[in-house]
Design a protein around this ligand. Structure first.
Ligand SMILES: Cc1ncc(COP(=O)(O)O)c(C=O)c1O
Length: 361
């Protein structure tokens, strides 16, 4: 079976972990610091703050911007639930804006109408490895005095007009095993702002600036040196991993028939966390079945938009219709694109999709 995701762990990561275990410093220590420095360099920002997950990175970033009860944060409904839940954790309310059906990312043209007196921030989600259209989002945020908290959990090293995601405001990355690089579990906050970085470090460590003096409520969101050692080695491989993802995607772009392949606007660099096609409604499930029978894994990211999740409707009272997002949820299908997908695998994937689509007309 060609799996939809596969972490690529080599001897370098294994050796690095053994070194940490032998060093006697296994919780947050020098590897975390080194990983933060290397990650900040990769993004082109002054600071990176490591956490336990992408979710805690988002949560911490929101808190560092002072977001809490009574506030609203504008975000995309077409994302993993953690984007919106991290807003809920602070006591604030996510306000969902429909997506651009071509890129699957938040539609900047719809953001302004969603701004209220309670709005404090915009959380663009760079979904599947493609940056949001940042120029209009930054312009709206500046005009309304809103913070930008980028959910870059799926977009390590993605580029928008020459600039890396995670550097437009405060960025949050995930290092979960399916992501473009991993630390097993982990997250990273990126920012140029000295004060925000300092606040994130304090929130990560029980609100502690001076040992056992606690100025505010914080958490234990510390990354361990064991995780950081894996992350550091993975970061060295990010460029290579990204190039393989891009060349795998290019092959599928050039050869798939009967489905709509991912679109990359001029000036963007897609890093293909997912290779997501659109399949005419009604054909997606039979196609998935056919792919499975032919040894090709696939997945639907995401079958239910956040505003249509049971808990958001029943407990939180969301009764929204966001048609482009809802249509996407019915039509998207992600195919294997990760660096372990071989040229022979690509032939298998393309042949299986094309055979099904050709015979289903
Ligand atoms: C868009 C998005 N946001 C947030 C997260 C949360 O990251 P994590 O699973 O590391 O908590 C993920 C990862 O699953 C994600 O894909």
């Amino acid at each position: 079976m060609i799996n939809i995701a596969k972490p690529l762990i080599g001897d370098e990561e294994k050796l690095a972990v053994m070194e940490v275990l032998d060093s006697g410093i296994i919780a947050q220590g020098p590897r975390v610091k080194a990983f933060e420095g290397a990650f900040a360099d990769m993004c082109g920002v002054n600071h990176a703050v490591a956490t336990t997950s992408g979710t805690t990175a988002l949560h911490t970033a929101l808190l560092a911007h002072g977001i809490g009860t009574g506030d609203e944060v504008i975000t995309s409904p077409f994302t993993f639930i953690a984007s919106a839940n991290s807003i809920l954790f602070t006591g604030a309310r996510p306000v969902f804006v429909d997506i651009d059906p071509v890129t699957f990312n938040i539609d900047p043209a719809l953001i302004e109408a969603a701004i209220s007196t309670k709005t404090r921030a915009i959380m663009p989600v760079h979904l599947f490895g493609l940056s949001c259209n940042m120029d209009p989002i930054l312009e709206i945020a500046a005009r309304h005095g809103l913070a930008i908290i980028e959910d870059a959990c799926q977009s390590h090293a993605a580029i928008y007009k020459g600039v890396r995601v995670g550097s437009f405001g405060t960025g949050a990355f995930s290092l979960y095993p399916t992501k473009n690089i991993t630390s097993a579990e982990g997250g990273m906050i990126t920012t140029d702002d000295d004060l925000i970085a300092e606040k994130c470090r304090v929130i990560r460590q029980h609100g502690m600036r001076r040992r056992y003096y606690h100025d505010e409520l914080g958490f234990n969101f510390r990354m361990t040196d064991v995780h950081a050692a894996i992350g550091l080695e993975q970061l060295k491989k990010l460029e290579r991993f990204t190039q393989i993802r891009q060349s795998n995607a290019e092959f599928m772009n050039n050869n798939l028939k009967g489905v709509i392949v991912p679109y990359t606007p001029e000036g963007y660099q897609h890093v293909y966390h997912q290779y997501t096609v659109r399949v005419p409604e009604g054909k997606r499930e039979p196609l998935r079945e056919f792919l499975h029978e032919n040894g090709v894994g696939s997945e639907v990211y995401y079958p239910v938009p956040v505003h249509k999740q049971e808990f958001y409707i029943q407990d939180l009272g969301y009764h929204l219709d966001l048609p482009d997002c809802e249509r996407a949820a019915l039509e998207v299908l992600s195919l294997p694109v990760h660096p372990s997908v071989s040229p022979a695998d690509l032939e298998t994937i393309v042949a299986a999709v094309n055979t099904f689509m050709n015979n289903s007309n």
